[in-house]
Design a protein around this ligand. Structure first.
Ligand code: AMP
Ligand code: GLY
Length: 426
């Protein structure tokens, strides 16, 4: 089969890497890829939301399956566009992707279907929002309704900061049209986990539960980033809790989306908070997580292509009956993100990356923001590389991943030193 992967970050490198191991795969194209992806796939220079060019490419090249990494094309309806042209594609339709595309929709949806989440109210008027904050007090969380590249949620320790966040979103339009409506919700105390359900709209398969590390500094300090590292499986999500998540969140969401005529096929990413009062959904995403995918896929014993096709073809039930997924949970994987100094604020690009050839075989180097200039690999983004090690246990995986990272260099390279430690404490 010929596969087209859409996107060009660490998540897409992990997807391409895993798909390339399938005996059924003849060739992989990636639009637009990066320096690492270009070593195992043919990169084509095309934006991830130019549907016409992407569909044309898929038709011309006889692509048997298109796999979409990022949320923007999914929320804009790439799946509908391909389906109208009878081009096989993995992911939710535009209507279904609203579960990530509109936080107001997602919160109302959870309320309609009794899916546990933080208490909230949606607003399209700043004065009403301010009045609500006065009654609620702080800490409180303000969220832009639409996509904001992971920056649209502001945790506000004081009422004044919450007023400022409302102004920034609704009056100053810091997130553009995405902030015209907002969610105001209760601050949740607890530990976060990422759970991935691959579904065909009826049945689902879980991947190993993971934990991301969003803030830039050790100890979860500083501003949020796209994610500075992940590990899986996360012991926080023990088997009993997983059962509860399956029942109260995943099944309820799949059924609820069906009832509302928005059948959900693809990856349902559940961002959860495990609070002293119980389980709550922080957000849903309509795609694989980044960097979680870089820790989860290396643990997967199954052929990823089989799973994606089962979702597209509606065969998850049969697939589950003949093959117990057992997502490699007897091992542990740790992924540490190497970032450009300054990220998530301003940073420089174009720094030469050296030492990659020194890492031990078995270490996985997933490229995110990198570029090949003909002779060197250069930094080309905030998150530059994800280094993943799979070990017999979490402790040995953490130790090895940091040993391997010490061999890699670029100017102003920054990474967190505490990825996975929360898991070790358990
Ligand atoms: P979101 O954009 O909804 O994924 O939120 C980004 C991050 O903000 C989450 O991963 C949490 O760390 C934090 N966050 C969001 N909502 C809440 C909440 N209600 N309580 C505490 N932290 C939150
Ligand atoms: N790791 C967070 C995300 O993929 O949104």
């Amino acid at each position: 089969m010929k596969i087209l992967v859409v996107g060009g970050g660490g998540r897409e490198h992990a997807l391409v890497w895993k798909l390339s191991q399938s005996p059924k795969v003849e060739k992989i194209f990636c639009a637009s890829g990066n320096a690492g992806i270009s070593q195992i796939a043919q990169c084509v220079d095309m934006g991830d939301s130019v549907f016409e060019s992407l569909a044309h490419f898929a038709e011309e090249n006889g692509i048997d399956l298109t796999v979409v990494g990022p949320e923007v094309p999914l929320v804009k309806g790439i799946v509908d566009y391909f389906q109208e042209r009878e081009l096989p594609i993995f992911g939710p339709t535009r209507q279904a992707a609203q579960i990530e595309g509109s936080k107001c929709f997602a919160k109302e949806f959870m309320a309609r279907h009794d899916i546990p989440t933080a208490a909230f109210q949606n607003f399209d008027n700043p004065d009403d929002a301010i009045d609500y904050i006065k009654t609620l007090g702080a800490p409180v969380v303000i969220k832009a309704d639409g996509l904001a590249a992971g920056k649209g949620s502001i945790v506000c320790p004081t009422v004044e900061e919450a007023f400022g966040a409302v102004k920034a979103a609704m009056i100053d339009e810091r997130f553009g049209p995405a902030g015209r409506e907002i969610v105001i919700e209760e601050f949740l105390e607890g530990e976060e986990a990422s759970v991935f359900a691959l579904t065909d709209g009826q049945d689902f398969i879980n991947l190993a539960p993971a934990q991301d590390h969003k803030p830039i500094f050790d100890g979860d300090k500083g501003p949020n980033t796209g994610g500075m590292g992940a590990y899986a499986p996360a012991p926080l999500v023990h088997p009993l809790l997983m059962k509860q998540i399956e029942h109260e969140i995943i099944e309820a969401t799949i059924q609820g989306m069906n009832q509302e005529g928005r059948e959900y096929r693809g990856m349902l990413y559940c961002g959860l908070m495990i609070t002293p009062e119980g389980l709550k959904v922080v957000e849903f995403n309509c795609r694989f997580g980044d960097p979680e995918t870089q820790a989860v896929l290396p643990l997967m014993g199954e052929d990823l292509l089989d799973l994606l096709l089962a979702s597209v073809d509606g065969n998850i039930k049969e697939w589950k009956a003949k093959s117990d997924p057992g997502m490699g949970e007897e091992k542990s994987a740790v992924c540490v993100v190497l970032a450009s100094g300054g990220y998530p604020g301003g940073y420089q690009k174009g720094k030469e990356i050296t030492g990659l050839e020194k890492v031990e075989s078995g270490t996985l180097i997933f490229h995110a923001g990198t570029r090949w200039d003909g002779s060197r690999i250069l930094t080309n983004g905030g998150r530059v590389l994800g280094v993943t090690v799979v070990g017999d246990d979490l402790e040995s995986a953490i130790k090895r991943v940091y040993q391997e990272i010490s061999k890699i260099q670029f100017e102003n390279m920054y990474y967190r030193k505490d990825i996975g430690l929360k898991g070790l404490k358990r």
